[in-house]
Design a protein around this ligand. Structure first.
Ligand SMILES: Nc1ncnc2c1ncn2[C@@H]1O[C@H](COP(=O)(O)OP(=O)(O)OP(=O)(O)O)[C@@H](O)[C@H]1O
Ligand SMILES: [Mg+2]
Length: 249
């Protein structure tokens, strides 16, 4: 279990996150939803260990990780901007993290992941020859081969289109469940959050607006913000689709 206990974070005297207090079961997928600038990436960065936690505690399986350096946490992230190595080809990017830990994934597991993520035809390409969605899949593969104790994903599906998004979503779920990886996914898309995760964390103005299962959030939104946020986001999505048709005419 991962326990976030009353975590707080400020930048230049301005509170970004306040009293973030949740538990995440081992092997569960938790999605974080919230408006732009609400502190989602900052929270992932604190869990990863690249951003110090101002107040509160991070407990992983009973051990206090609050001040454990990043390299010793064994957590891993797919960044919002992928952060791939431009000087290495696709395959070398995928296996880069294994150079010091060659036993984490077997050759068969690496090959399986390459096929699952549809990267077989791209292995020899340079990063600059890839589309946004392909880069996103390389970033996912590179992180998944490391089987992190805690898998952090910052908008991992944003550059993917409908059909491939659905299939990658299913694959993430499959891999995460197979390896029992505790996973936290930041997303803007409530549909993605509600269909992918065991629990959803909604943050607003630095506070937890609601933390619950998809069913709880849909059936019993804790407050007007949650209700409006979910409805608005779905409405934006619906309008985007309708606009597509208007533009075609
Ligand atoms: N290193 C930093 N120094 C100062 N302010 C920062 C720093 N990192 C983030 N912030 C501020 O903290 C707030 C939260 O940023 P964060 O990137 O966590 O938001 P987010 O929820 O991930 O937004 P988005 O959905 O747009 O990715 C923003 O107002 C941002 O400007
Ligand atoms: Mg962000």
């Amino acid at each position: 279990m991962l326990e976030l206990k009353h975590i707080e974070k400020s930048f230049h005297g301005k509170t970004i996150l306040n009293d973030i207090n949740i538990n995440i079961e081992k092997g569960h997928i938790v999605s974080i939803l919230g408006p732009s600038g609400s502190g989602k990436t900052t929270l992932l960065n604190m869990l990863l260990g690249i951003e110090p936690i101002d107040k509160g505690q991070l407990i992983y399986e009973g051990v206090d990780y609050t001040n454990v350096p990043m390299e010793q946490r064994g957590f891993n992230i797919v960044f919002q901007d992928y952060a791939l190595f431009p000087n290495l080809n696709v395959y070398k990017n995928i296996v880069y993290g294994l150079r010091n830990y060659p036993n984490i994934s077997t050759k068969e597991e690496i090959e399986e992941l390459i096929d699952l993520l549809g990267l077989r035809d791209h292995l020899k390409k340079s990063i600059y020859q890839l589309s946004g969605g392909e880069k996103q899949r390389v970033a996912l593969a590179r992180t998944l081969v490391m089987k992190p104790k805690l898998l952090l994903l910052d908008e991992p599906l944003s550059a993917l289109d409908g059909v491939i998004k659905e299939s990658i979503k299913e694959k993430i779920k499959e891999i995460v469940k197979e390896f029992k990886l505790t996973t936290i996914i930041v997303t803007h898309d409530p549909e993605e959050a509600l269909t992918l995760s065991d629990k959803v964390l909604i943050i607003n103005n630095g506070h937890i607006a609601q933390y619950g299962t998809s069913a709880e959030i849909v059936k019993e939104p804790a407050n007007d913000f949650v209700k409006q946020f979910i409805l608005n986001q779905l409405e934006i999505k619906r309008n985007n689709i309708l606009n597509l048709f208007t533009n075609v005419e």
